[in-house]
Design a protein around this ligand. Structure first.
Ligand code: AMP
Ligand code: MN
Ligand code: MN
Ligand code: MN
Length: 297
């Protein structure tokens, strides 16, 4: 089954609108898709409205989100799959995080303005529009105003880990975001575990605390990663008895980046987290409805 359980739309920092993203996923043969915008489900809502109007579309959309959190000084991301988006926990989580993003944007802007970049707050807000504001909007502002040559350079010099625009103290704890996912009936997945650049022992400590908080799966495949990285994550998954997820973390069509549904398959030792949804689906298709079952003799 072609599965992609991590991608972004214009509701956060992605380049494609929800309908365009769904259209691209469909054209690429994706059968199960999770739109995981940062701290919002508005992209998912718009995509599911659009998909309902496409009767031919053979793709299931899983309600999902990517929450920002703070663990041991590291900005850790947790994907919530299969959440009830209207539950109280989801509403509380998103209100909290959207507020944190707004406050953080002011602090990022103050720091960048001190470095001499005037108008950065209004500029980044304008670029974000209705979307959840994040560092990529600041990066685009710096690029469009000629302060840096590329978005990558903006992160390297001003916004990436340890730089002035890397403001993370406003995020909730890892335990808190996992709890929000669990309380909303979803499955908490540790996003792109290799992106945090932790030592092997610190990564295992992160996974230990994530699992203790109620986390159930790791993104064993995230975008384009090395075979060694995949093997390391598969081992951790097995050691901790966790399920495995797979996602492109697609933000925009780009050379060398993983496209929707395009990343490597899970190693065979891994238990796919999506069986939680697809196995039930397959069973319900293959078994007759209850009221048509033959009576017991
Ligand atoms: P934020 O949600 O504001 O913390 O910003 C994090 C987002 O910035 C990530 O989800 C990526 O999409 C993007 N990002 C992080 N690091 C880089 C980088 N070095 N170059 C380009 N984009 C990045
Ligand atoms: Mn992003
Ligand atoms: Mn992320
Ligand atoms: Mn992401």
């Amino acid at each position: 089954m072609r599965v992609d359980l991590h991608c972004h739309t214009t509701a956060s920092d992605g380049a494609l609108t929800p309908p365009d993203l769904c259209g691209r996923a469909l054209a690429r043969g994706v059968e199960l898709l999770a739109i995981t915008d940062h701290d919002t489900v508005e992209g998912f809502r718009a995509a599911s409205r659009w998909l309902q109007q496409q009767p031919e579309a053979a793709m299931t959309l899983l309600p999902a989100v990517e929450y920002s959190s703070l663990w041991s000084g590291v900005n850790v991301h947790v994907v919530g799959l299969g959440i009830d988006i209207d539950s109280e926990a989801s509403q509380v989580a998103m209100a909290f995080l959207q507020d944190a993003r707004g406050e953080r944007a002011k602090v990022i802007a103050q720091r960048l303005e001190k470095l001499g970049f005037a108008g950065v707050y209004d500029g980044a807000c304008e670029l974000a529009g209705e979307a959840q504001i994040g560092r990529p909007h600041f990066a685009r502002f710096l690029q469009q105003n000629g302060h840096v040559g590329s978005v990558d350079e903006a992160f390297d010099r001003y916004l990436g880990a340890g730089k002035p625009g890397d403001v993370k103290l406003l995020w909730p704890s890892l335990q808190q975001v996992v709890q929000w996912v669990v309380a909303a009936g979803g499955v908490a997945v540790l996003a792109h575990p290799l992106k945090y650049k932790l030592t092997g022992s610190k990564l295992r400590r992160l996974v230990t605390e994530f699992a203790a908080a109620g986390g159930r799966a790791l993104e064993v495949i995230s975008g384009n990663q090395t075979a060694d990285g995949t093997a390391q994550l598969a081992r951790i998954c097995t050691d901790f008895g966790l399920e495995a997820s797979r996602g492109s973390d697609f933000h925009a069509p780009a050379p060398y980046a993983c496209d929707l549904g395009g990343c490597a398959p899970l190693p065979s030792a891994c238990r796919p987290v999506w069986q939680r949804w697809t196995v039930i689906d397959e069973l319900s298709r293959s078994e007759p409805p209850i009221n048509e079952q033959p009576a017991a003799i």
